[in-house]
Ligand binder design. Structure first.
Ligand SMILES: C[S@@+](CC[C@H](N)C(=O)[O-])C[C@H]1O[C@@H](n2cnc3c(N)ncnc32)[C@H](O)[C@@H]1O
Length: 282
C-alpha cells in the first residue's frame, strides 16, 4: 500500500511513480519562463528560448493529463515576465501561453484568479524603477504586480453519490465562498525564512494552496505538486487531511521540506527517483 504522503526527489517530466488517473487535484507553481532566477534551470535542459522554456514545462503538463482523474482539476500559479532583448523591452505573457498549451492537451479552461501581491516597483524604459523623468509620458511601463492562478479541468465535472459524506464534510462557509470565488485575491507574499531559501525558490504563501485545496478537492483526495520547492503544498495538504505526492528536482531542498512540515515529516516518505528515469529525463 502506498503511504499517504510521498515526496519524490526527481524530475516531474516523467512521473513514473504515479499511476494513471490517481490524482484528484494539482496545485503548483512552476519556474517562470523568462524570469532571470530560473534561467539556469531551463538552460540545463538546453532550452533557453521562450518557446523552449514552455516546451520544458509542457512535458510536465502532459504527465499531469495522464495522472489526473476524469474531472480532476489543475491549478497553476504563474506570473508573466518582462525582458529587454535586442534593445527592446517587452512582455512575455506566460499565462496566455500556458492556457494555449493546456487547451492543446484537451483540458477545459475555467475562470482564473488574479493574485495581487503588494510588491514590485514601476518600470521606466525597461529599468527596475522610474528614473528622474518618471512623470513624463509616454515611455513608462505598467508594473507586473499580479500573478495568475490558472484553473483547468480534465473533461466534464466530477460526479459524486448523493449526500456523499466526505463531500459534505469538506464544505466551505459562505464567507469563504464569497472571498475565494472572487477573481482578485489580495494575499501577501510568503514570509521569508532566515537563509532566504524561500525567496530563492519563490515560495508561495500557505494561504494559496490552502484555499485551492479547500475549493477544488474533498477530504481524503490525492493532491499533487510537480514543482514542490520548499514544500508549501505538502504542508497545506497534510493540515487539510488530504493525501499528497510531490516532485522536487533539487535534493538540497529535502531538508528544507522536512523542516517546513515540522514533526509531521515522519509521516512523509522521501524517495529518490530511480536513476534510470532521471537519465531519461535529461
Ligand atoms: C517556483 S518553485 C516552487 C515553489 C513552491 N510553490 C513553494 O512554495 O516553495 C519551482 C520549483 O520547481 C523545481 N523544478 C523545476 N523543474 C523541475 C522538474 N522538472 N521536476 C521537479 N521539480 C522541478 C525547482 O527546483 C523549484 O524548486
Amino acid at each position: 500500500m502506498s503511504p499517504d504522503y510521498r515526496v519524490i526527489i526527481g524530475d516531474s517530466r516523467r512521473m513514473t511513480e504515479v499511476t494513471d488517473e490517481s490524482v484528484h487535484l494539482i496545485v503548483t507553481s512552476p519556474p517562470y519562463p523568462m524570469v532571470s532566477i530560473w534561467d539556469d534551470l531551463f538552460a540545463e535542459a538546453s532550452a533557453p528560448s521562450y518557446n523552449e522554456m514552455h516546451e520544458y514545462l509542457n512535458e510536465t503538463w502532459r504527465e499531469i493529463r495522464r495522472v489526473l482523474i476524469h474531472g480532476g482539476i489543475a491549478c497553476i500559479n504563474i506570473g508573466d515576465a518582462t525582458r529587454t532583448s535586442n534593445g527592446i523591452f517587452h512582455l512575455y505573457p506566460n499565462h496566455s501561453r500556458i492556457i494555449e498549451n493546456f487547451e492543446k492537451l484537451g483540458f477545459v479552461t475555467l475562470p482564473y484568479v488574479l493574485w495581487k501581491k503588494p510588491t514590485n516597483r514601476p518600470h521606466y524604459k525597461g529599468k527596475g524603477a522610474f528614473l528622474g523623468s518618471g512623470f513624463l509620458p509616454p515611455n513608462a511601463y505598467v508594473t507586473l504586480d499580479m500573478e495568475y492562478i490558472l484553473i483547468f479541468r480534465k473533461g466534464p465535472p466530477r460526479s459524486f453519490p448523493p449526500k456523499d459524506p466526505r463531500r459534505y464534510d469538506s464544505k466551505f462557509t459562505k464567507t469563504e465562498r464569497d472571498e475565494w470565488f472572487s477573481q482578485v485575491w489580495r494575499v501577501p507574499g510568503a514570509r521569508q525564512d532566515i537563509d532566504g531559501l524561500e525567496r530563492r525558490v519563490a515560495a508561495f504563501p500557505e494561504e494559496i494552496p490552502r484555499r485551492l485545496i479547500r475549493m477544488f478537492s474533498i477530504l481524503g483526495d490525492v493532491i499533487l505538486d510537480p514543482f514542490l520547492g520548499s514544500g508549501t503544498t505538502l504542508k497545506a495538504a497534510m493540515e487539510l487531511d488530504r493525501k499528497f505526492v510531490g516532485y522536487e528536482k533539487f535534493p538540497q531542498l529535502a531538508e528544507f521540506i522536512k523542516s517546513k512540515v515540522g514533526s509531521s515529516h515522519r509521516q512523509v516518505e522521501f524517495l529518490e527517483q530511480r536513476s534510470a528515469i532521471k537519465e531519461l529525463a535529461r
